[in-house]
Design a protein around this ligand. Structure first.
Ligand code: HEM
Length: 507
């Protein structure tokens, strides 16, 4: 009997010790070292709190924190802008202070890295820009960067315009014209903008091969839904290799995406060999920069290029669709601003038939201001994560190695000390002297993040959104439909939970 007890103890003790360290000692020690109260909340799953606040908002209320981050909101009023909380045994530092945020996001030394996104997202995106780190990230960013230069983006205006005319304007005109007596139609615009941004990214990334590109993106979209569905499930190590129904489908989609992208890229490389060039779309520009390494060496491998193509779709598709959706919401509930924008559009870009130019779009000051205010109140990313790779001191707060850092953009964008007492109001005029002068902190608008890892596609997204809004404002007058329920929800990105129905009238 004593032998059995000894054997059991030998097996269980290391296990118990590990649990003690993880669940008691580490939380207590981290709490002491950061100077945070040991009494800060210890909790398991933040979705419980979010689900608890299911009520919709008044459509004049822009305080989305009550819906998407009720727990951080409550703790901020109790503990201040910077406090520690626990996700199971993991310490998470809430960083609601702008100076600390700037320090973290501007870091170039690798002290703060992105958290592990989990196997399903990694399997979907591989080593693309979003999740790579260190030298791999720097090498990729060098190759991808030229494709997003402003002169190249301006050349894409025609593509943005053609897609918006086909997917949005044509479809909406047909809907209104079909309503013979009322001459108005109610359209759920969120889905339509998602279709538009998929079309735009397929055309701008792959030019003449856009049909194959769109097939890849459809496969990616299904993979994205599968990844999202698996995100909240417990990860059983090794399960990703078992041929379950889901895994078999995932492998099929991954094979399809890779095979099609490989064929498109090989076609481009063959065309370049025959001196026909790589093409002027995002893929072509990226391949051109890729061949400009020392001595004509390729900087990225074929697989890395494939990962970047998938990344464009993942990063640039839903985000831009939601920007357009929320801008329509704000303009549809503020008719005076809708009219002011329309007047500016007609003055700078001409009437409905006039083709658009990148230079005219750059003169649209009011449109830009409304887009910035939309990004402040309804930015796609609510919270951004980082992780300390070593012990650090962030503006006087001691952060032990391994601490997760949670940067709540949605709270920071409503900080009254930085944005003023009307931080929760729609006040476009705060941006009239430019984005850097809109608040008490020069980098207060964080929707595209800041520092070396800021969004590479921000110019692309703004130009696409402006082009689409110009075409809509020239052709339609609109208001948010009476049946709309204002329920912003965080499904990886911020979106209206029940869609956005809008009543359209032809001008
Ligand atoms: C309104 C639209 C968009 C918003 C709000 C947005 C937001 C962001 C944010 C917050 C980040 C930083 C993520 C982090 O550090 O964890 C980011 C990174 C990134 N975005 Fe965007 N994005 C938008 C559109 C686009 C578009 C259109 C593209 C490409 C076609 C794009 C490509 C990327 C890439 C590749 C990164 C990673 C950059 C790096 O780490 O070097 N985004 N975006």
């Amino acid at each position: 009997m004593p032998v059995v007890a000894a054997a059991l103890a030998a097996v269980l003790l290391p296990w118990l010790w590990k649990a003690l360290v993880h669940l008691v000692w580490r939380p207590a020690s981290t709490g002491r070292r950061t100077g945070s109260s040991w009494a800060t909340p210890y909790r398991g799953d933040r979705r419980d709190a979010a689900a608890a606040s299911g009520e919709s908002l008044d459509r004049g209320s822009h305080d989305t924190t009550t819906r998407v981050m009720p727990y951080v909101r409550a703790w901020t009023s109790l503990y201040g802008k910077v406090f520690l909380w626990w996700s199971g045994p993991r310490p998470v530092l809430n960083v609601g202070d702008y100076d600390m945020v700037k320090r973290i996001l501007s870091d170039k030394s690798g002290l703060y890295v992105k958290p592990d996104p989990g196997p399903s997202i990694m399997a979907m995106l591989g080593n693309g820009l979003i999740f790579s780190e260190g030298d791999v990230w720097a090498r990729h960013r060098r190759v991808v960067h030229p494709a997003f230069a402003m002169d190249k983006l301006k050349m894409m205006t025609g593509t943005f315009e053609a897609s918006a005319r086909e997917v949005i304007i044509g479809a909406w005109e047909a809907r209104v014209e079909a309503a013979a007596t009322t001459k108005e139609a109610t359209v759920e615009v969120g889905e339509q903008f998602t279709e538009l941004t998929a079309d735009v990214i397929s055309h701008t990334a792959f030019g003449s091969s856009y049909r194959q590109g769109k097939e890849v993106f459809m496969a990616q979209r299904e993979l994205q839904f599968m990844a999202m569905a698996s995100m909240n499930k417990v990860h059983v190590p090794g399960l990703e290799y078992v041929p379950t129904k889901n895994n078999v489908r995932r492998w099929q989609l991954q094979r399809k995406a890779r095979g099609t992208l490989m064929a498109i890229i090989e076609e481009r490389l063959a065309a370049a060999k025959e001196a026909k060039g790589y093409g002027t779309d995002l893929l072509g520009l990226m391949l051109e920069a890729n061949n400009a390494g020392d001595g004509g060496q390729r900087v990225m491998s074929m697989d890395e290029i494939i990962d970047e193509c998938k990344t464009f779709f993942f990063a640039g598709h839903d985000t831009t669709a939601h920007l357009l959706t929320w801008a329509m919401f704000l303009l549809g509930t503020h008719p005076e601003w809708q009219q002011r924008l329309r007047e500016e559009v007609l003055r700078e870009c001409g009437g409905a038939g006039t083709p658009l130019h990148g230079d005219a779009l750059n003169k649209l000051k009011l449109v830009t201001m409304v887009l910035y205010e939309t990004l402040r109140l309804y930015g796609a990313v609510n919270v951004m994560g980082r992780q300390a790779t070593a012990d650090a001191d962030i503006c006087g707060v001691k952060v032990p190695k391994g601490t997760a850092l949670s940067i709540p953009f949605v709270m920071l964008h409503r900080d009254v000390e930085v944005w003023g007492p009307d931080a929760n109001e729609f006040n476009t005029l705060r941006f009239q002297d430019g984005v850097g002068s809109a608040a008490a902190h020069p980098n207060a608008l964080l929707a595209f993040s800041l520092g070396p890892r800021s969004c590479i596609g921000q110019g692309f997204a703004m130009l696409e959104a402006k082009t689409t809004l110009v075409l809509i404002l020239r052709r339609f007058e609109f208001e948010v439909a009476p049946e709309y329920v204002h329920a912003p929800a965080d499904f990886l990105t911020l979106q209206p939970q029940h869609g956005l129905p809008v009543v359209l009238k032809l001008l």
